[in-house]
Ligand binder design. Structure first.
Ligand code: NDP
Length: 292
């Protein structure tokens, strides 16, 4: 293996530490405790795990955390009423509705009901538009975490060829926007892309956000490239469930210059950025200087 392993877990600990210090300062200097409300509808097991770990991390950073667990058959009206209540609650600085929602609920309607200033996931149409026009916004946590790791590794990203495999609204598209804002030359690939292998071989930065275990092999990776593996896929191996990425780590790490592992790469940074976004939302709500 030649690639440097990008330690997302370690980097996330640094970000979380910085957030905790900012929270301490907000409490001591302004008497404000940032707070995050997470809404979970239904009983999707993976979502329950994510919501639990988000709540735990929020409390560990010294912030207030509220979990709203609603039945799977909750009506749109009841869910929107809860969001309205959270929008109007000054103690709540961040609101996150865990996706996916049950089929009878339209995620666009639900997400766009959140006050954009409290939309710490950055999925509200206003935040998408602000990011797309390079204005101050709430930036989606997963792509933000990827960007911070890339900046930490490369310094300037200007002029690098970035290929993102995946065009979802929550990862692929905002990732492309962030890399474009950092002056990369950006290609977004997806399931209809022709000769994906060749497109990937052009990438100085290759971001995989597909949801297919080990889909990208080492011979799609340009020698020395930086590989960010967003994928979280559960596979059965030797009678146990394991997490693997969208990139075949063994072959890719022999070619890449740097690579994020799964687990321990993008995942921990996503949660750290959620905490950072909550503190940012809190600072903005109170007209205070934004944390770095
Ligand atoms: P989506 O299912 O919303 O999007 C997947 C994208 O991959 C689509 O754009 C799809 O293309 C593309 N795709 C599917 N098959 C292929 C293929 N054979 N070749 C090229 N492109 C393909 O997924 P998400 O963006 O929500 O998530 C992607 C992965 O990232 C998942 O594993 C998810 O679990 C993980 N994830 C991890 C997070 C973390 O914190 N680490 C946070 C969020 C997600 P098309 O649009 O043409 O269908």
């Amino acid at each position: 293996m030649n690639a440097k392993i990008i330690d997302g877990k370690g980097f996330a600990a640094t970000v979380r530490d910085r957030v905790a210090k900012t929270v301490e300062r907000l409490k001591a200097d302004a008497g404000i405790t940032p707070g995050l409300a997470v809404v979970l509808v239904g009983e999707d097991p993976a979502s329950e795990v994510y919501v639990r770990s988000k709540g735990k991390a929020t409390l560990e950073a010294g912030m207030n955390s509220w979990e709203h667990k609603l039945d799977a058959d909750t009506s749109e009206q009841d869910l929107l009423a809860l969001i309205e209540r959270l929008n109007n609650d000054p103690a709540v600085h961040g609101i996150l509705v865990q996706l996916p929602l049950p089929d009878h609920l339209d995620p666009d309607v639900v997400i766009n009901a959140i006050d954009p200033a409290k939309d710490v996931d950055g999925f509200h149409i206003s935040n998408v538009g602000l990011l797309g026009t390079g204005q101050k916004s709430m930036v989606p946590c997963t792509p933000l975490g990827c960007l911070l790791m890339l900046r930490e590794h490369h310094g300037s990203l200007s002029g690098l060829n970035a290929v993102i495999v995946g065009r979802s609204n929550i990862v692929g598209k905002p990732m492309a926007q962030l890399l474009l804002n950092d002056s990369c030359t950006v290609t977004i690939a997806h399931s209809r892309t022709r000769d994906l292998a060749e497109v990937c071989r052009n990438a100085d930065i290759l971001v995989a956000a597909v949801g297919r275990p080990r889909m990208i092999p080492g011979d799609w990776v340009k020698p020395g490239a930086t590989v960010i593996d967003v994928g979280i896929n559960r596979i059965e191996s030797e009678g146990k469930t394991r997490l693997v990425g969208d990139v075949d780590f063994a072959s890719a790490s022999a070619v890449a210059g740097a690579i994020t592992p799964v687990p321990g790469g993008v995942g921990p940074m996503t949660i750290a950025c959620l905490l950072a976004n909550t503190v940012t939302a809190c600072s903005r709500a109170h007209g205070l200087a934004e944390p770095d």
